[in-house]
Design a protein around this ligand. Structure first.
Ligand code: FAD
Length: 466
């Protein structure tokens, strides 16, 4: 595979030229294409795979947003400022403030546009709050799967006759001496190359979770961990950025997940923990405050003997969990074990029964929890458990961008015609794993896609760029 490079030249004679080129057909790229189309801009989406998928299709498809029509319909009082506070609280005040503000304001119009113009039937998850969210604001399509989100976006893009060129991996970014993007060179599966020129370019090709080289530099503790994201997150955008001298920000940040079923290899919803479940290692002990978040839990689980833990819960929580397709898949694959009481549970988990009994007995309202968690109720037999490890889902660092997702150069000024959004740009999770608030990934993808598309359209409408 040809590695990503940047060519600086004035000699570029592409076969095709489009006003707006979008690189990557995940949630960011496809939604941006729909906004561009609504603004009357001709856009072309390039995708390396045979069909749009990306990490978006592997995700649960839950998108946090404040002040949407869907929230209003369920009577949930929420607003962008509250959402911004929640993001910063999770990121210990270290998330990029201009992006937090821009994304929390843009995500409601972005989702409302998809509802009103393209018929997306958003539902807001009810019944429990994801860690760090002070309001019910997790939006999802009825299928509750990222795959459905991509399929829906892809169908809409095709209905609107926006061109999507698949099996087209962009390997070379072509710029002039002033860092104006002229276009990209694309490699096809048969090894042939094509050149595509553009007036504006959006990098929507996600981060570097699939690149061992980039992980070794910035996220070394997850190099050996399970990677649950898409293989296309190979660091194309950050490689180009480095060649251009564009600053990279928050490169140590990522979405981990402390509940990846083994050996089945599927996500087990963190709703189990938020509903009262606990994580227990093979010594029969709890080891962290599960209510802080699933991202940092990945590190906690990997630090346990064999890098493994058990998510332990009871029959009430099992009912909640069965409302999540990822859990249904895990259960169908045989990942969930059942036990009538503590002794059977200990035997099936392979841990000492007296220790496990003591651990479960301490799960009580009003007890002083060593990790600072508060329990609303005890866990009651019969029990259920899933063996899990910690996994890397996607990286949250990326290109430095302004509040319109324009890529900024080393002097802090925007480059002439380059945008980055979604996983390609720096996120809103601060500098490390502990700052990831549930849904920051798709928030960045859909809000960033919205902001970038409108800014690209604005620029293309200016007389000198038209
Ligand atoms: C198991 C799992 C569950 C998750 N659940 C959630 C969730 O519920 N909520 C949430 O907010 N986030 C979740 N995430 C994170 C979320 O999936 C990502 O943050 C989000 O999908 C990023 O969207 P994107 O459009 O930026 O990237 P992607 O969806 O990865 O799309 C990028 C596209 O670019 C293409 N591409 C890459 N390089 C090139 C190139 N050189 N040329 C052409 N095409 C290229 C790729 O093939 C890919 O299709 C989850 C992630 C995982 C792995």
């Amino acid at each position: 595979m040809t590695p990503p490079t940047v060519a600086v030249t004035t000699q570029f004679t592409p076969e095709v030229h489009v006003p707006a080129l979008v690189l990557g057909a995940g949630a960011c790229g496809l939604s941006a294409a729909l906004h561009l189309q609504a603004r009357g801009v001709e856009a072309l989406v390039l995708e390396r795979d045979a069909r749009p998928a990306g990490s978006t299709s592997l995700s649960s498809g839950f998108i946090p947003a404040a002040g949407t029509l869907a929230q209003q319909a369920m009577g949930e009082d929420d607003h962008a400022e509250q959402f911004a506070q929640d993001i910063q609280a999770k990121a210990h005040g270290q998330a990029a403030a201009h992006l937090v503000q821009a994304y929390t304001q843009a995500i409601a119009p972005a989702l409302d546009f998809l509802q009103q113009t393209h018929g997306f039937a958003w539902q807001v998850l009810d019944g429990f709050l994801y860690p760090g969210h002070s309001r019910k604001r997790m939006h999802t399509l009825p299928e509750r799967r990222g795959e459905a989100l991509v399929q829906r976006l892809d169908n809409c893009v095709r209905q609107c006759e926006v061109s999507v060129l698949t099996e087209a991996r962009a390997h070379q970014l072509v710029v002039d001496a002033q860092q104006r993007v002229l276009g990209v060179r694309v490699q096809r599966p048969d090894g042939s190359h094509e050149s595509i020129g553009c007036g504006t370019l959006l990098l929507a090709c996600n981060g570097y979770g699939a690149s061992v080289d980039w992980l070794q530099r910035f996220v070394p503790n997850m190099v050996g961990a399970t990677y649950a994201g898409h293989v296309g997150n190979d660091g194309t955008a950050v490689t180009w950025a480095e060649a251009l001298g564009v600053p990279l920000r928050d490169m140590g940040a990522y979405q981990g997940h402390g509940s990846w079923a083994v050996p089945h290899g599927s996500l087990v919803t963190w709703a189990l923990m938020m509903d009262g479940g606990v994580q227990i290692n093979r010594l029969g002990q709890r080891f962290h405050n599960e209510s802080l978040g699933y991202s940092e839990a990945a590190v906690q689980v990997l630090a346990q003997p064999d890098g493994l833990a058990w998510c332990v819960f009871d029959a009430d929580i099992l009912q909640t969990a069965r409302g999540f397709p990822d859990f249904v898949d895990a259960e169908a694959a045989g990942a969930v074990l059942h036990a009538a009481g503590v002794d059977e549970l200990a035997q099936r988990m392979g841990c000492p029964a007296p220790v496990l009994a003591q651990t479960l007995a301490a799960v009580q309202p009003g007890t002083a929890d060593p990790w600072g968690r508060t329990f609303a109720r005890p866990l009651r037999a019969p029990y259920a458990a899933v063996k899990v490890t910690g996994a890397l889902f996607h990286t949250q660092g990326g290109l430095d961008v302004d509040a319109h997702c324009r890529v900024r150069g080393a002097d802090g000024q925007p480059l002439p015609n380059l945008w980055a959004a979604g996983g390609a740009a720096r996120g809103v999770s601060g500098p490390d794993v502990s700052g990831y608030l549930s849904g920051n990934g798709l928030l960045s993808a859909l809000a960033g896609g919205y902001l970038a598309a409108h800014a690209m359209a604005d620029q293309l409408e200016e007389p000198h760029d038209a």
